[in-house]
Every structure is written in C-alpha cells, then in structure tokens.
Design a binder for this molecule. Structure first.
Ligand code: ADP
Length: 186
C-alpha cells in the first residue's frame, strides 16, 4: 500500500470516529419570560442560522415533577435552596418551549450563543446579552429568579439527562443534516 493511501485511510477513519463522538444533542428551554416577550421565533432562528438541527420541539406547561427534575438539588447546592425554589416556580408560571438541537459539539456552541447567566454580564451578541439586561442584585432585592430567557445544557452528560426529562424517545427525530452528509471516501 502506498504511503499516501495509507495516510488517507487513517485520516478518513479518524474523521469518521471523530464525527461519531462529536455530534451531540443539547436541551434548550425557552423559559416563560421568553414567551412573554414574544421572541420565541427570533431565538429559534439563531439556532437554525448556525446550522443546528432541531430534532425535538414542543410548547407545554411543565408538570411540577418535570420542573423539579430539571432544576435539581445540584442547583440548590450551587446557588442556594431559595434560588432552586424560585426557579421551579418560575418554570411553572407559564408555557415553555422545549427544544432538542443537534450538531457538531453543539453543547458548547449553544452555551456560547446563550451567554452568561447574569444578563447584565452577558456579552452583546449572545441571546441573553441581546434580549435581557437584569442583574443578580436586582433579583435578590426583589426575591425573584433572574429572568434570563433561556436554559441550555452545560455538558453532553447533562444534556442526555435533561433531554430525557423533557422528551420521550418517540418525540425526537433523526435528521440527515448537512454536517453529516459529506464524508471522506476510503
Ligand atoms: P445557567 O442557567 O446559566 O446554566 P445556573 O444553572 O447556575 O445557570 O442557574 C439556573 C438559573 O437560576 C439561571 O439561569 C437563573 O435564571 C437562575 N439564577 C441563578 N442564580 C440566581 C440568583 N442568584 N438569583 C436569582 N436567580 C438565579
């Protein structure tokens, strides 16, 4: 075997195995404040614009049990029990849009697009930075959750758990998306 074809084979094998691991899914929730503001379409457009595939999408009013499974004890440990309780109440206060998006290393990409937790600190160009502005101090003074419009999974492992909280397997679709179509021939 010629060296060039050996290296091309190696490269294509590597590409294919990288591809398998690199295509991820992320759970995105448009929280009730996003629906109140009437910006659902604009937010979804941003994910479509970067080429992420929507593989699950629904409008629903969350069950208490679902909200508690979403904002788990982990949030209480990181931010305090009061914040967890406020956020569960907040999730239950109106309809939410639950989405599963798929793409190459999409968990990190979506988090980048969403921006920092505190809208005041979120960079312009991010969803939170462009559409919200409130601060932790303001939320604390009022005794309310920080209204920052959107939730996105913070790791592939968390995404797997969260997608299961919000979607049944039959509600998710396999898409033949552009990022999967062009493979290197052996
Ligand atoms: P993120 O949503 O950016 O992953 P966290 O998981 O830490 O952030 O927090 C979950 C949600 O709880 C945040 O999106 C925000 O709406 C709310 N939150 C976090 N910290 C506070 C706080 N100190 N006061 C009020 N609400 C908060």
């Amino acid at each position: 075997m010629k060296l060039t074809s050996l290296s091309s084979n190696l490269w294509s094998t590597t590409l294919i195995s990288m591809n398998k691991n690199m295509i991820q899914r992320s759970l995105v929730l448009l929280k009730p404040d996003a629906l109140d503001r009437g910006i659902v379409g604009e937010i979804i457009t941003r994910f479509e614009r970067v080429g992420a595939s929507i593989v699950g999408l629904k409008l629903l009013v969350s069950e208490k049990d679902t909200a508690e499974k979403h904002y788990t004890e982990d949030l209480a440990q990181r931010r305090g029990e009061a914040v967890r309780n406020m956020m569960i109440e907040m999730l239950l206060s109106g309809p939410v849009v639950a989405m599963t998006v798929e793409g190459v290393e999409i968990v990190e990409v979506v988090r980048k697009m969403v921006g920092a937790t505190e809208p005041k600190a979120a960079a312009p160009g991010t969803i939170r930075g462009d559409y919200s502005h409130v601060s932790f101090a303001h939320a604390d003074e009022k005794g309310i959750g920080v209204f920052n419009l959107i939730h996105a999974s913070s790791s592939p492992e968390e995404a797997e758990v969260e997608i299961n909280v919000w979607f049944r397997p039959e509600e998710l679709f396999n898409r033949d998306s552009s990022y999967t179509k062009f493979t290197v021939k052996k």
